[in-house]
Design a protein around this ligand. Structure first.
Ligand code: 3PG
Length: 327
């Protein structure tokens, strides 16, 4: 019977691994589709605030449909849960809109190269908040910083707002992760998809009024220009709609993956996603890339792998120490 049990356990873990591989595959694919259609839309309709709001709107409607058709268990909403979400959702909004502003100003690949430096922000902010990191972790962020700098100074599409947008997006997402961990501690029973659903809804409420204020007066003229540039309104609608649906889908997949893996594995997965996105958008949009720029990007990305190695080694050591102490 023991043999049978271990057999069924290993079947279970193979099944789990297969499911996780599917979720990862979906996450990457959906992210590529999002990045392509988002940029296509931005190229003819350069209003990232409206597009970013629309993407959150699609996610909100999607979740309301899932909940009302009972395809997803509806999480019990309580005041403390919503209050706990206000911080993470605000940082999610900041991360999303600043990435979109960046996408509207520079090549998608450049935004993602800069976004690959997210671990640097994570280390800096967490140590402000009291976490300690060994020297190896600090050293591993050097190539990330150097690589990104090299990529920035050699980027053909370089634009200061594009650079700042991507950097602020890193700050937003890192603070979102730190605050989610803190404030959502007591709501662990809410699954990743439901959590993300509520984050989308609150983010939309934050973002849309600001979007109207920032660029609302230009939308109508912008729409006419976009339709003229594309030729057919339907084509433009399809691009915008695909960007919205795939924005929600890739986030949904990433939150589902996060349910199954550690944050560290998640961030490695996220870096690999950027490699795939960088390569595919360069191919689709035929962006010129200087050799030094490619080198800088490669160094930065290699740095994030070194960082994750150093980080996981230091975590293992810490956990080992804790077990020793408990004894
Ligand atoms: C966004 O609009 O939120 C960007 O696509 C950045 O998202 P990422 O960090 O998930 O790639």
């Amino acid at each position: 019977a023991e043999g049978e049990e271990s057999q069924s356990q290993s079947n279970d873990s193979t099944k789990k691994r297969r499911q996780l591989a599917v979720v990862f595959g979906l996450w990457y694919f959906q992210n590529i589709v999002f990045n392509i259609y988002n940029k296509k839309a931005l190229n003819v309709f350069p209003f990232p605030w409206l597009l970013a709001s629309f993407q959150l709107f699609v996610g909100s409607i999607w979740m309301l449909l899932l909940w009302s058709l009972k395809l997803q268990p509806r999480p019990k909403i309580s005041k403390p849960f919503i209050l706990a979400l206000l911080g993470p959702a605000l940082f999610h909004t900041i991360g999303h809109i600043s990435a979109c502003v960046s996408f509207s100003k520079v090549a998608v690949s450049f935004t993602h190269v800069i976004k690959s430096s997210e671990p640097v922000f994570s280390v800096v902010f967490s140590s402000f908040l009291g976490d300690k990191y060994p020297l190896s972790v600090w050293l591993s962020i050097l190539p990330i910083v150097l690589g990104c700098s090299l990529a920035a100074v050699t980027e053909v599409s370089f634009n200061l707002q594009g650079l700042w947008g991507a950097l602020i997006s890193n700050v937003g997402f890192v603070l979102r992760n730190i605050y989610s961990k803190k404030s959502l501690q007591s709501f662990k029973e809410v699954n990743g998809l439901n959590l993300y659903g509520w984050i989308s809804i609150i983010s939309l409420i934050y973002l849309f009024p600001v979007a109207v204020f920032v660029e609302g007066s230009q939308w109508i003229q912008g729409y006419h220009n976009a339709v003229q540039a594309v030729g057919k309104p339907t084509t433009f609608y399809i691009w915008v709609l695909l960007s919205g649906v795939f924005y929600h889908l890739y986030n949904q997949s990433s939150y589902q993956a996060l349910d199954e893996i550690s944050p560290l594995t998640f961030s490695v997965g996220n870096t690999m996603k950027r490699v795939v996105v960088i390569v595919s958008t360069i191919l689709v949009f035929r962006n010129p890339v200087r050799p030094l720029n490619a080198l800088g990007s490669a160094i930065a990305i290699l740095g994030t792998f070194l960082y994750s190695q150093a980080n996981s080694a230091s975590k293992k050591k810490k956990e080992g120490g804790e077990i020793e102490e408990e004894k």
